[in-house]
Ligand binder design. Structure first.
Ligand SMILES: Nc1nc2c(ncn2[C@@H]2O[C@H](COP(=O)(O)OP(=O)(O)OP(=O)(O)O)[C@@H](O)[C@H]2O)c(=O)[nH]1
Length: 337
């Protein structure tokens, strides 16, 4: 099996070296997870799986409930590849969210892996929340999800999202129709974007997760390793700039993350594409495109870790990466049979 080549830092001919001289002075240390605090005797903790059609707003809702950016959000569908958890502390409860890739009809192997991962996350959770885009309502995709959900015994609630875009009568009608399709323990209506209704939903999750010790340190917004989050951020910037030319065919991996004594982080990432022509698109004329991607990703990462970041981006062609089992493991997905 092909191993990941380490980027060759001595030759920068077709790679972009983010300008190390531009460093800001070190002010902070890289935050490390604190040791697990003793939870209260009557604490609660559990997993809530958000499931729904692509673009229903799962990532936006997790970010709203957790209050920190943990899952990438773009206007494009199917951007969430790995299961990403956000953790919300609410009263004495710790709620761990599983952000599942949008459920859709799988064609390629990668698509099948995403769907399998989504359902695996749902089955293992303490509670499943089905998110429906209230503006779109119930379509074939939602019906297919409901059908599959009906076979699981996990408790489930319905969340109608994007209420900022829909009239109240339509919402009530939709709630009724959805519950006729499949009975839910509760129905919530909210706007993941502006937070309206989110607090009620969070209260319910907090009451519903099982009694027991907390699963993660109290102040850790995500158990997602920083290097995966870093790769997601770069992929988001890539999508923002190149979604016309490179719809879904690139992946980003963080190859190295080095915390330096001065508090800064040196991060090396590789953007994998499937063809040489795509590599030229990512690099852009005289490296302009990758430079812009790198700068945007570096700024966001630096904000998140509250420390200067030196980001080195490399672009590599790897044909058929979407059929390589190793890539799946790195994305936290099962390789489908
Ligand atoms: N107006 C409005 N837009 C929303 C709301 N929630 C999400 N959106 C938008 O809907 C789009 C999709 O949101 P995401 O959170 O990426 O959706 P997702 O379900 O995680 O999508 P996948 O990753 O494809 O599964 C984005 O453009 C969001 O800004 C909402 O409550 N109101």
């Amino acid at each position: 099996m092909e191993r990941i080549e380490r980027p060759d830092l001595s030759s920068q001919d077709d790679n972009f070296d983010d300008n190390a001289e531009e460093l800001r002075p070190a002010r902070f240390d890289i935050p490390l997870p604190d040791p697990l605090d003793a939870p209260p005797a009557d604490g609660r903790a559990g997993f809530v799986a958000l499931i729904g059609a692509p673009n229903a707003g799962k990532s936006t809702l997790i970010n709203q409930l957790v209050g920190t950016k943990v899952s990438i959000v773009t206007h494009k569908v199917q951007t969430t590849r790995a299961i990403i958890r956000g953790i919300s502390m609410h009263g004495k409860s710790q709620i761990v969210f599983v952000d599942t890739p949008g459920i859709f009809k799988p064609k390629r192997r990668l698509d099948r892996a995403m769907v399998d991962t989504a359902w695996g996350g749902a089955r293992d959770a303490d509670l499943i929340a089905l998110l429906i885009d209230a503006r779109k309502g119930i379509d074939e995709e939602v019906e297919a999800i409901a059908e599959r959900l009906s076979k699981l015994t996990t408790p489930r609630v319905l969340i109608l999202n994007k209420i900022d875009l829909v009239k109240r009568e339509k919402l009530l009608d939709l709630a009724q129709k959805a519950n006729a399709l499949l009975a839910f323990d509760e129905t919530f209506m909210l706007s993941a974007l502006n937070g309206d209704g989110a607090e009620n939903t969070l209260d319910y999750f907090a009451r519903s997760v099982p009694e027991g010790p907390w699963l993660f340190p109290e102040d850790q917004p995500s158990d997602l390793p920083l290097r995966v989050l870093a790769a997601e951020i770069t992929r988001e910037k890539l999508f923002e700039r190149l979604h016309q030319e490179l719809p879904y065919i690139s992946t980003v991996e963080t190859e190295r993350w080095e915390s330096r004594k001065d508090g800064s982080a040196r991060i090396e990432q590789t953007i994998y594409v499937e063809r040489d022509s795509q590599k030229s698109i990512v690099l852009g004329k005289r490296g302009q495109t990758i430079k812009a991607i790198s700068q945007a990703a570096r700024e966001e990462l630096s904000d998140i870790i509250e420390a200067p970041v030196h980001l080195f981006l490399f672009v590599k062609v790897r044909e058929n990466w979407a059929d390589d089992p190793e890539r799946y493991r790195e994305m936290g997905l099962e390789f489908p049979s």
